[in-house]
Design a protein around this ligand. Structure first.
Ligand code: NAP
Length: 251
């Protein structure tokens, strides 16, 4: 079974790999045999994750990347030439009531979560086309791209964009052998939301998840390895939800 998800000989680039899910994704892909390129803004945090991967026998390098900067994305061009698997994971959230979210909040969240993955997907797909060996692009959206929650208007809009870009890119890139899919995680405790789970509304939300628990980063290993490997050779434009049943909870 492990053979099914064997990534030996593949190179994966993971954005937002300095923390949270991205760090975990990089470690998971490295354990499956991929050489990983970890990208984010915080050099020290990136070096720590890459060091952990190397200490465990994996292959890892770091690159500085700000996905909200088209110039920074353009600077990755040479690295993209070797990439078989791209994980667009970098993301931010601004939690405020709808009437308090500003134009600057919109720009920060949408530029990072949607425009960044849009431009990086284009750049990676061009490089994959030039190489002629296909590739797998995995976008990390959210259940908030499929359903709404209060105080996350800009985030929900950005994640809905990620899902739709995934589908259109999948349609257009299929004939080049490039697969584009996305994962919609439910709630997983990371720096993005950790404090919230200690509050009463946070505890009440956990009670509304049918499995009555938050997700762990490892709950995404199956979807990640499926989409990264040839085990999903006939999947493109797919939206995989991993949320403990949250989307099915009673209205
Ligand atoms: N945690 C959840 O419950 C959950 C649920 C659904 C979806 N997601 C999605 O999963 C992804 C990862 O979330 P997380 O929970 O792991 O968040 P996190 O712990 O806050 O980590 C976010 C990562 O994104 C990077 N990042 C942020 N802005 C960036 C930029 N402009 N350029 C490059 N990297 C940037 C950060 O690195 P630097 O600060 O070093 O740049 C960091 O590595 C996000 O897309 C998030 O929306 C999370």
């Amino acid at each position: 079974m492990a053979e099914l998800f064997n990534l030996a000989g593949k190179t994966a680039l993971v954005t937002g790999a300095s923390a949270g899910l991205g760090a975990h994704f990089a470690e998971t892909l490295a354990r499956a045999g991929a050489a990983v390129i970890l990208a984010a803004r915080r050099a020290e945090a990136l070096a720590e994750v890459a060091g952990r991967i190397r200490a465990a026998g994996g292959r890892a390098e770091e690159v500085s990347l700000d996905v909200s900067s088209p110039t920074s994305i353009a600077g990755l061009e040479a690295r993209l030439a070797e990439v078989d698997i791209l994980v667009n994971n970098a993301g931010v959230v601004v939690e405020k009531p709808f009437l308090e979210q500003s134009g600057e909040d919109w720009d920060r969240v949408v530029d990072t979560n949607a425009k960044g993955m849009f431009l990086l997907t284009q750049a990676a797909a061009r490089a994959m086309q030039a190489r002629g060996q296909g590739g797998s692009i995995i976008n990390i959206a959210s259940i908030l791209g499929l359903r709404q929650g209060a105080h996350v208007s800009t985030y929900a809009a950005s994640k809905a964009a990620v899902i739709q870009i995934t589908k259109v890119a999948a349609l257009e890139l299929a004939r080049s052998g490039i697969r584009v899919n996305c994962i919609c995680p439910g709630y997983i405790s990371t720096d993005l939301n950790r404090d919230f789970w200690e509050t009463e509304p946070g505890k009440a939300m956990i009670r509304r998840i049918p499995q009555r628990r938050l997700g762990q980063p490892s709950d995404l290993d199956g979807p990640l390895l499926l989409l990264a490997s040839d085990a999903s050779a006939y999947m493109t434009g797919s939206v995989i939800v991993a949320d403990g049943g949250h989307l099915t909870s009673t209205l």
